[in-house]
Design a protein around this ligand. Structure first.
Ligand SMILES: Nc1ncnc2c1ncn2[C@@H]1O[C@H](COP(=O)(O)OP(=O)(O)O)[C@@H](O)[C@H]1O
Ligand SMILES: [Mg+2]
Length: 276
């Protein structure tokens, strides 16, 4: 059995190019010690910025962005670029890394339309070209980590339509959890721009050290957990259910180190997500 650590980080998680360099050096030291690492990254803020620059109007239903052909094209272009930067930073730190689109190592399907409330009315939310992971080609990932290569996945999924592959935009947390489940990772660490789950989003000292699934239900129901934290929480749940021994959220701007103390010393950082 391989002990694989899956690191997911969002577009805002790291402090710019310096933050990425720091993370790359931590990954280099860990790989040197024989630890297997898979990375999945997002790029939400950069995608939104590029759409704005192109004058594209985001269409939202019940607060969630709908992805059409043009939006998918922008997402794909921006994510590919970020992916190149992540791989370059890792290589510069001495890591052998390979950038992969999600569709290279997963099968996805379109997220089914669901009902939600908008202005007090029930509406059907169809997110368009948005996907969810249904299966993972774990052998592709195992073959890479066995060679001490770090796969760096960006969240564009694919589904077979006739004999073509339709690409789909996938939330990076959702992609990470799908892969975490497929490879039965040892630990999933969601690196984000907050210290963990906060009781008050505006107060970093209100971090919750450990949450159970029941706690999470309550935190979502009363609105404490909202926005991008919701898919992140659901991704963590999925990873726990899939048997990841540890699942946590940590701050990518930690001035000391982001992941080393956790992986090497079992340091209690961030928010730990447990079943009960
Ligand atoms: N209870 C909460 N605790 C912490 N963050 C929260 C909470 N509720 C909502 N958030 C928001 O979720 C954000 C993290 O999600 P997101 O913006 O999608 O980041 P990422 O790029 O890491 O996926 C935080 O920056 C914060 O604004
Ligand atoms: Mg997010």
């Amino acid at each position: 059995m391989r002990d694989i650590y899956l690191l997911k980080f969002g577009g805002n998680a790291l402090d710019g190019a310096d933050g990425l360099r720091r993370l790359a050096h931590e990954v280099a030291d860990l790989v040197e010690k024989g630890i297997a690492i898979v990375m999945v990254h997002g790029g939400g803020p950069a995608i939104s910025a590029e759409m704005e620059r192109l004058g594209m109007q985001p269409r939202k239903v019940a607060g969630v962005r709908v992805t059409d052909e043009a939006g998918l094209e922008v997402a794909e272009k921006v994510l590919r670029q970020i992916n190149g930067e992540v791989v370059a930073a890792l290589e510069e730190a001495g890591v052998r890394a390979i950038g992969l689109p999600g569709y290279f190592c997963t099968e996805c399907e379109r997220k089914k339309p669901y009902t939600a409330l908008e202005d007090g009315k029930e509406v059907t939310v169809d997110l368009g070209l948005v996907g969810e992971v249904v299966s993972v080609d774990e052998q592709t990932i195992f073959d890479l980590v066995d060679e001490r290569i770090v796969p760096v996945v960006y969240p564009i999924g694919g589904m077979a339509v006739d004999d073509k592959v339709q690409h789909l935009n996938v939330n990076a947390d959702t992609m990470a959890a799908g892969i975490a489940a497929g490879i039965k990772c040892r630990e999933m660490i969601a690196i984000t721009d907050v210290p963990g789950i906060l009781r008050d989003v505006h107060d970093p000292s209100s971090k919750i050290d450990k949450v159970t699934f029941a706690d999470l239900d309550a935190l979502i129901a009363d609105g404490t957990v909202s926005g991008g934290m919701v898919p992140k929480v659901e991704a963590c749940r999925k990873a726990v259910n899939a048997g990841a021994r540890t699942v946590r959220m940590v701050n990518g701007r930690d001035p000391e180190n982001i992941i080393t103390d956790i992986i090497i010393n079992g340091a209690p950082k961030g928010t730990l997500i447990v079943k009960e």
